[in-house]
Design a protein around this ligand. Structure first.
Ligand SMILES: Cc1ncc(COP(=O)(O)O)c(C=O)c1O
Length: 374
């Protein structure tokens, strides 16, 4: 075997370097606008529970100490809510990290990862980082994951399947019967990962709790949830994995840096979890703004996809880059789908009522201007 010339692994070196999402500070600097409207990352436009803020403030004086490796208190609180025992649970620096661990735990080079497409880009990135083979399954026309397409994508190489419910960037949601059908069809040699980053919004939109359905499965499974979205704690970085067995949780935990999740994050998550009234208000607020966005986009002649998350997507039937740039110039950030076949799709996060007014007004101007220009 010839020695490798480069210190860097060729597989990794050949991968494109992902960029970082735009920040408000950058837009203020490059476009000279203030009050940037951040509608591109599916964050909460409003702060977390005051109890979470107080917990972070109270924890600040103790950061001379390393955090707990895993918060027994948060695990107990989640166990009480989900029925999943703490030894089947694992915390991560956002659910982002945990889905990467799912790839690391299952994929040797050449193994297959079935994933919805378009969906959360990290599934593909993490699969590639392991040298895994991407086995994509197109979404249904309504933007939900397609259970039959996902099942059809499984072959002998498959070790992992991601399901994103509700799906990002489309917002589509699978119902109980469809989920059940999907869960029943995945072989036991495949780790079934349900990414439920938008679960609380999905439940408010009529979704079902997947846990009782998953418990009927004999093969391994993981449900990923996060405090970043409905609990408005994106900046503190804490997500959790609910696993089918201590063995699955323990395997994921092998990839975790001992002190990765901070005590501030654990304390904030616990306080946020205990303030369900705040959660309900945030979810309700997002749903109200999505209804207004849906209506406003329809008034512009568009047909937004049905959404069960905290964002809404639509095909604007023209290249999105100039539209995104025009909005950026007004200090409004929205997201393109960036997926072959979906070059004309945009995604807008539910913001405040003022954000909704501003993004609809800006879109009206830019879409009309484009039309007039031919
Ligand atoms: C579908 C999906 N999964 C996972 C994540 C990661 O979220 P976090 O790492 O903040 O928990 C996101 C973030 O946007 C997402 O959209």
């Amino acid at each position: 075997m010839t020695a490798r010339a480069s210190a860097l692994r060729p597989l990794i070196a050949a991968m494109p370097k992902g960029g970082y999402p735009l920040t408000a500070v950058e837009i203020e600097r490059t476009h000279g606008v203030g009050n940037v409207r951040m509608l591109h990352l599916n964050e909460s436009p409003l702060p977390p529970s005051p109890k979470a803020i107080a917990a972070i403030a109270a924890g600040a004086a103790t950061v001379n100490r390393y955090p707990e490796a895993a918060s027994a208190t948060l695990a107990a609180a989640l166990a009480a809510r989900t029925g999943v025992q703490p030894d089947c649970m694992m915390f991560g620096v956002g659910s982002d990290e945990l889905l990467h661990f799912c790839c690391a735990a299952t994929l040797d080079a050449g193994d297959g990862g079935v994933l919805p497409e378009p969906s959360f880009p990290r599934y593909k990135v993490s699969t590639r980082l392991m040298g895994g083979v991407i086995q994509p399954a197109k979404l249904r026309a309504d933007g939900a994951n397609d259970p039959d397409a996902l099942l059809a994508a499984i072959d002998d190489r498959t070790r992992l399947m991601f399901v994103c419910n509700p799906n990002n960037p489309s917002g589509g949601l699978l119902g109980a019967a469809e989920l059940q059908h999907l869960i029943a069809g995945v072989p036991d040699r495949v780790l079934l990962v349900l990414d439920e980053a938008y679960w609380e919004f999905g439940m408010a939109a009529g979704g079902v709790d997947s846990l009782p359905l998953l418990r009927a499965r004999t093969g391994p499974w993981v449900v990923l949830r996060t405090f970043s979205k409905a609990y408005a704690l994106a900046g503190i970085r804490v997500g959790y994995a609910l696993c089918s067995s201590p063995e699955v949780a323990g395997t994921l935990a092998k990839f975790k840096n001992t002190f990765s999740v901070t005590n501030l994050a654990y304390e904030a998550a616990l306080a946020a979890l205990e303030d369900q009234a705040h959660l309900t208000a945030l979810v309700g607020g997002a749903r109200a703004e999505l209804a207004r966005l849906d209506q406003g986009l329809r008034a512009l002649g568009l047909s937004p996809l049905p959404t069960a998350a905290n964002f809404i997507s639509a095909d604007i039937a023209r290249p999105v880059a100039p539209v995104i740039e025009a909005l950026k110039a007004e200090g409004i950030l929205i997201r393109d789908w960036r997926e072959p076949g979906y070059e004309t799709f945009i995604r807008i996060t539910a913001g405040t009522a003022e954000d909704t007014d501003a993004v609809l007004a800006a879109l009206r101007t830019v879409l009309t201007r484009n039309e007039t220009a031919g």
